[in-house]
Design a protein around this ligand. Sequence first.
Ligand code: ZN
Length: 467
Amino acid sequence: MSEAETDQDRAGHAAGTSGAVPARRPRIAAAVTAAVLFAGVATVLARTTPWNPLPGHVPGGHVRPDPALDFTPAEIARSRAFDSAVTPPAYSGLLVGLALILVLGLTPLGARFLGRATAKLRRRPFLIVLGTMALTTLLRVAGLPFDIWGESVLRRYGLSTQSWPAWLVDQAKSLAVTWVIYTIALLLLYALTRRFPRYWWTGAAAGGFVLVVFASFVYPLAVEPVFNKFHSLPAGQLRGDLLAMARRDGVPVKDVLVADASRRTTSLNAYVSGFGSTRRIVLYDTLLKSPPAQVESIVGHELGHAKRDDVLWGTLVGALGVAGAMCLLYLLMTSPRLLRGAGLDPGGPGAGGTGPDARRGGGAADPRSIALVLALVTAGTTLAAPVQNLVSRHIEARADAHALDLTRDPSTFVSMQHALSVRNISDLDPDTAEYVLWLTHPSAPDRIAMARDWARLHGVQAPPPLR
Ligand SMILES: [Zn+2]
């Protein structure tokens, strides 16, 4: 490839010289591919999201969610007080983190910081590894005061069982996990930008898809054990009942695992992770003191996820979204305006492999653009979160409906939801911003109302108000 061709490619000029492929072509191809992939994701989500998790007409209409039916004034007041205590650290942490990475990525500050942090290094892969570690550490440290603030609220309300040193070890572990994931992803990305300056988006899209699927598959084996120890639910009545319920449901479950969550929290939870041979149903050990019928109700919900392969489905749709995002990333990373704004030379020093800065490569291939990449990725994930949350809430409602179909016991479901949200001090009345930004599950009053809908729909005695 000639130098002129490369420069033209990076500058994004439309006019081509004879023999040179105009840079416009890969940009148009990337834009079309991004549009096709995003349209595909939107179509799949529109068609497969269970918008109406309880099919059929509910006799007498839907039950209106009302916390006052099942929660005492004291429980409601405590939930409100807790919510107003955890909200400020959560929002300010989100805003500060977002502002910091956007300032670093969209102004020359990030490139300058990375240039200084990696000034002594000669070899390009080391530049990428150290740059990634330096930047993710900086962001983590900036978020730490807000996390300490949030954790101190959990402590005040008796939700955290950790000592501060143990909590700090957790933070260090989570930073280490971030280093590993980001370093692998960025080493691959920068290898592509250097090797294929015009068509790296094809490799990044395919590679992004494969990496997301791979990460979701190995997550239960590679990441979960970093934070928790797991053991099989011991033989006995509960284990026998749960496995029998799974058999009845036609979901092949060989084992139910228990996580030592009590070393960190008093809250109650259960989840499904992985898919194929890594799929597992995990109960928090805090849950084992609950009445067995309530545990069955929770496991019924998890079986709903397993039966529908919600994790695999979410992974595939997410991976498709990431592939589209990589095409979009190319369009933005080849924008001379964004690159100049970020303090990077769009033509790039050493673009052709000569000069003192050849180790860096120019434009998007310059590892100092890591700050810009992270800023764009953060902006993308922040914008995608409300859609993910919306879809997730409907999938969770479908898993609830599955639990009700399986146990045919809406009263236990209601008492379980009540116990769960009193113990976890859940928000009983989330506002719109909280639904949009944070809520992956319907609120407890929403879930309880659906259980009453289910009872009406199936002619079963509706669970009476708990108070
Ligand atoms: Zn769920």
